[in-house]
Each structure stands twice: as structure tokens, then as C-alpha cells.
Design a protein around this ligand. Structure first.
Ligand SMILES: [Zn+2]
Length: 300
């Protein structure tokens, strides 16, 4: 549960400071952990969003890149696997804990790829309302140079990486990547494993879209599929199913109370997450805070 604890620290910081404060955050103790998922795919964890990698005869393809100060450590971890260069970086969405390494990797010659709304949001000053957090426009070299609206495929390292957009889930620019020959799926922040998920309402995120994203992956996953969540430990289809059911149950309860005119205080008092808290409520969003986030999202 090391990953969960690290995310708690990051996200508490996120609640208090603007991204510029991350320049002062101490990343010196962070270790990048590598987990092999198939002959050519890996998951890496450190601080921030989980990385997914395709490594093989052609080049290195990386999904998400955490925070800028971690780029040297991430490169070091990759160098233990291969001498090939990092040719592609795909951002699952625009958040700073998934795109912070873009500038370093862009300067080193990697091509950055993302949904078109990721480029739009990284190009301008932004605001994450739930954290009261301002973000600054990124320099040109950190921006995606290849953008897509629906989907695209990468034929690399003997695998087919199929990246597709899911509308209005965690944000308005989410991408999921299916490593077809490896039976691995990276879901970005449409999936938090064993943590109540953050949904960025001010970036176009919607609860229904999160459930829809989970359903799309459940339809293509089997019992051997390895699923990389945006945060939390590596997951199976059964873990994703439990997540989808938890989200659907809680959102149905809250929605019914919103319809009958209940206030947030009343909804919180009804404890709509009670049987899920032991498993999902120990992450950075404590149960009542998460109910407030869900209420705000569902009432619009
Ligand atoms: Zn995110």
C-alpha cells in the first residue's frame, strides 16, 4: 500500500499549493519501482500517476511521466531494461502528476501524444476547482505534438497499442491504452484501484463517464488481463468490476437523494458509502470528502 500513502502526500500538497510549489517538493526519497507485466510491457510506480511502458526491439513507448524532478530516475529505471530511446510519450490526461515530465522528455526528442483536449488544457493557465488549484500554461516543448479525437494505434515492439478516448470521465480528455498482444490495459485516472477516485468536474469529468469507461474495459478484459490504474496497485478484471459496482451503487444512492431535494449535509449523514469505506476510503479522498465531490458532480 506504499503507492496509496505516497498519493496521500502528493494530493494533500495538491490541495494546498499551486503546481509551482511542486518545484520545492522533495522527490529525493522517491524510488521508481518496475513491475514486468509481459515480455514487452511494464508498470512503473513512483510519485504521481502510474506509468505503463512498451519496451522491445523498436523503441520505448511510455504512458504518463509523473513529475519533472523524477525524469532522471524514470530514465535510469528504463535504462535497466533497454538501451533503446524513449520515442513516444502518451498522456492519459492533462493533470500535472501525469504530465510533469513532458518538458524534459520533449526536449530529449520524444514525441508527445494525447487527446486534443489535453493539448488545449496544457496550453493555457488552468484551474482545478476541487483543490482550488491554479496551473500554469506549459511551454511548447511540453505540449503534445500529435493529438487525436477518438482513437489511434501504434505498431511497436511486436505489439499493437490501441489508444482510445472515453468522453467526460475523469476529465474531458481521457485516453485508455490497450496493449493488445500483451493483454494489458492502462486506464489512466478513469480507474483508481482501492481508492475513491477523484473526478475533475471543472475539467469536464462526469461520474457517468467514469462508469462508462469501466464498462468499456470490462467488455474487452478477461481473467488474465492486467489492468494498470492511474493510481493504486496493479489490478485484475475482478478489481475493476468491484470498482464499477462501488461507483454505480454510490452514485445511484446520491442521485436519488439529490432528486428528492436533499442537501449535502443530509446526504453525508445518510452514509452512502458505508460498506465500501474499509476498502476504498483509505486513500487521499476520505469518505465524506468524496461524497461531497460526488454530490457536486451529480447535481449538475
Ligand atoms: Zn488525474
Amino acid at each position: 500500500m506504499k503507492t496509496n500513502r505516497q498519493f496521500v502526500l502528493t494530493s494533500c500538497a495538491a490541495a494546498l499549493f499551486a503546481t509551482t510549489a511542486f518545484a520545492q517538493q522533495d522527490f529525493s526519497k522517491v524510488q521508481i519501482k518496475t513491475e514486468k507485466l509481459s515480455a514487452t510491457t511494464y508498470m512503473m510506480t513512483g510519485e504521481g500517476g502510474n506509468l505503463g511502458l512498451s519496451v522491445g526491439e523498436d523503441a520505448v513507448f511510455v504512458i504518463d511521466d509523473q513529475f519533472a524532478p523524477l525524469t532522471p530516475k524514470i530514465k535510469e529505471a528504463i535504462a535497466k531494461l533497454t538501451k533503446k530511446p524513449i520515442k513516444f510519450v502518451l498522456n492519459t490526461h492533462w493533470h500535472f502528476d501525469h504530465t510533469g515530465g513532458n518538458e524534459n522528455l520533449g526536449k530529449a526528442g520524444a514525441l508527445i501524444i494525447a487527446h486534443e483536449n489535453v493539448r488545449k488544457r496544457l496550453s493555457a493557465d488552468g484551474f482545478i476547482a476541487f483543490f482550488g488549484m491554479k496551473t500554469e500554461a506549459e511551454p511548447k516543448v511540453a505540449l503534445p505534438v500529435i493529438t487525436f479525437t477518438q482513437d489511434m494505434s501504434f505498431h511497436i515492439n511486436g505489439d499493437e497499442l490501441y489508444a482510445y478516448h472515453v468522453a467526460h470521465a475523469h476529465t474531458d480528455g481521457d485516453a485508455i491504452v490497450h496493449f493488445k498482444n500483451s493483454n494489458v490495459i492502462h486506464m489512466g485516472d478513469t480507474f483508481f484501484n482501492k481508492l475513491y477516485p477523484f473526478i475533475d468536474t471543472s475539467s469536464g469529468g462526469k461520474v457517468d463517464g467514469m462508469i462508462g469507461a469501466a464498462n468499456r474495459v470490462l467488455a474487452i478484459a478477461d481473467d488474465n488481463t492486467k489492468i494498470i490504474p492511474g493510481h493504486g496497485p496493479l489490478a485484475s478484471r475482478a478489481d475493476l468490476l468491484a470498482y464499477r459496482d462501488m461507483l454505480a451503487t454510490v452514485s445511484t444512492r446520491i442521485q436519488a437523494q439529490i432528486k428528492s431535494g436533499k442537501t449535502l449535509d443530509e446526504v453525508q449523514a445518510s452514509k452512502p458509502t458505508v460498506e465500501f469505506d474499509a476498502v476504498w476510503g483509505k486513500g487521499f479522498l476520505a469518505p465524506q470528502k468524496w461524497v461531497a465531490m460526488m454530490y457536486e458532480n451529480l447535481k449538475n
